[in-house]
Design a protein around this ligand. Structure first.
Ligand code: ARG
Length: 458
């Protein structure tokens, strides 16, 4: 068997070495992008009169046939197909004969693989972006439906202040919004065509690179051929983006795991996203969420792995770069799953309002006490101290702040008046925060509409 680069060699490649350098078992999934790139390249060769129109048409027909073979799952790999580029060229030769050998004129696998990967990634980004929006929509729908539910807001996982459940949910909606903005921003740098850079020095056949970019739908062409074949920054950026998004999903998962435990019982995960135990019949485990949390390790691992691979690689193309695809593919697959599962979990989540109210500790109203005194003119530091003492006593007497009699309050300060008890409800506490970004009813409604509009704007 002769390799496509075999001319210079008289000895044979060691069998293990061949296996070692083969990338076909993973880069096969670039087939569609590879064919698109080759079709455009054949046209560009024809337009530059490097090949005749007739030859360009023959190449096009052959590539179309290969596309059909892949599409119908009947493309056959053969021994010696070391990567997708080689496999396609080998098959093209079988189909159209010697003229197939003209397709690679002035092209290198270095600019070819970079083009394929960018084209493939651009298409995946479109799909991932839609899934991201679907998760945002699921969050919006739950927030809208439960706008009146007040829950404990936590800091340090300690009950802090009452908030709207919608407010907590929407906090994830905004995180995802930033993820979407970051994705759009990095897409601009993925959307650059390397084809025409050849191995590293540029194509010598006066090909029209703008035509290639327009045909393949790239927004720009690369400005430096050495940079173009040696650039994997766009993959690093994508993996960084993916890592942060996956970390956001992990945090959402963690909240829901805690909130769905027996001790909390604030939410119930739908049966569709839970599993049982092989020994404990009562168990309903939030495996979906644990896996979302757990898969964060492999996504961040893909990023750190590729960062490490790139460290110290000299300029332009080096075979180390072949190591970029598996982490990239795995991350796209992982995110595609985690985004869909997360959307499903959120959309089907049951909220247990009664359990949430039961769990709310009246000491969360301590800030209201301090604010009340501050309203009456007491400097906030003193008000805070006084409220702290009241809480200490309430805990000692095991009495909720809201049922402390007025006289008891007045022992701490004569600023306390009849209206104090109106201040001491969770709803009132939430609704006192009618400020943009706050948890008051109007503020959360506005926030919800703002997120909805932002999503609809694209
Ligand atoms: N399989 C290779 C990769 O993924 C394709 C490019 C090979 N280029 C080369 N000069 N050997 O990077």
């Amino acid at each position: 068997m002769t390799q496509l680069w075999g001319g210079r060699f008289s000895g044979v490649t060691d069998a293990l070495m061949r296996q070692f350098q083969d990338s076909i078992y993973f880069d096969l999934r670039l087939w569609e992008a590879d064919l698109d790139g080759s079709v455009a390249y054949a046209q560009a060769l024809g337009r530059a009169e490097v090949i005749t129109t007739e030859e360009a048409n023959i190449l096009q027909d052959g590539l179309d046939e290969i596309r059909a073979e892949f599409g119908q799952n009947r493309f056959e790999l053969k021994d010696g197909d070391e990567d997708i580029h080689t496999a396609v060229e080998r098959r093209l030769t079988e189909l159209v004969g010697e003229v197939a050998g003209k397709l690679h004129t002035g092209r290198s696998r270095n600019d070819q693989v970079a083009t394929d990967t960018r084209l493939w990634l651009k298409r995946q980004i479109v799909a991932l972006r839609t899934q991201l929006v679907n998760l945002q929509q699921a969050i919006l729908a739950q927030a809208d439906e439960h706008l009146d539910v007040i829950m404990p807001g936590y800091t340090h996982l300690q009950q802090a202040q009452p908030v709207r459940l919608a407010h907590w949910l929407l906090s994830y909606g905004w995180m995802l919004q930033r993820d979407k903005e970051r994705l759009d921003d990095l897409t601009r740098r993925v959307d650059v065509l390397p084809l025409g850079s050849a191995a590293l020095a540029g194509n010598p056949f006066a090909l029209d690179r703008q035509f290639l970019a327009d045909t393949l739908g790239f927004a720009a062409i690369s400005a430096n051929s050495m940079d173009a074949v040696g650039d994997r920054d766009y993959i690093i950026e994508f993996l960084s983006w993916a890592s942060l998004l996956q970390i956001h999903l992990s945090r959402l998962a963690e909240d829901l795991i805690i909130y769905s435990s027996q001790e909390f019982g604030f939410v119930e995960i739908d049966d569709a996203y839970a599993t049982g135990s092989s020994i404990m019949p009562q168990k309903k485990n939030p495996d979906s969420l644990e896996l979302i949390r757990g898969k964060t390790g492999r996504v961040v691992g893909a990023l750190t792995g590729l960062l490490t691979t790139l460290k110290g690689v000299p300029s332009s193309y080096n075979k180390d770069f072949q190591e970029d695809k598996e982490p990239l593919f795995d991350t796209v697959d992982t995110l595609s799953m985690t985004l869909s599962i997360a959307a499903g979990v959120v959309a089907t989540l049951k909220i247990n309002e009664a359990r949430i109210y039961e769990a709310m500790d009246s000491t969360m109203l301590a800030t209201e006490l301090a604010d009340y005194l501050a309203h009456k003119g007491l400097p906030f530091r003193q008000a805070h101290h006084l409220a702290g003492q009241i809480v200490q006593q309430a805990i000692a007497l095991d009495q909720p702040l809201s049922s402390f009699p007025l006289a008891a309050y007045q022992q701490f300060s004569d600023l306390f008046e009849r209206d104090i008890h109106q201040w001491l409800t969770f709803k009132r506490a939430a609704d006192r925060r009618e400020i943009p970004g706050g948890t008051g009813e109007m503020a959360v409604r506005q926030q919800l509409e703002l997120l909805r509009e932002t999503i609809e704007e694209g």
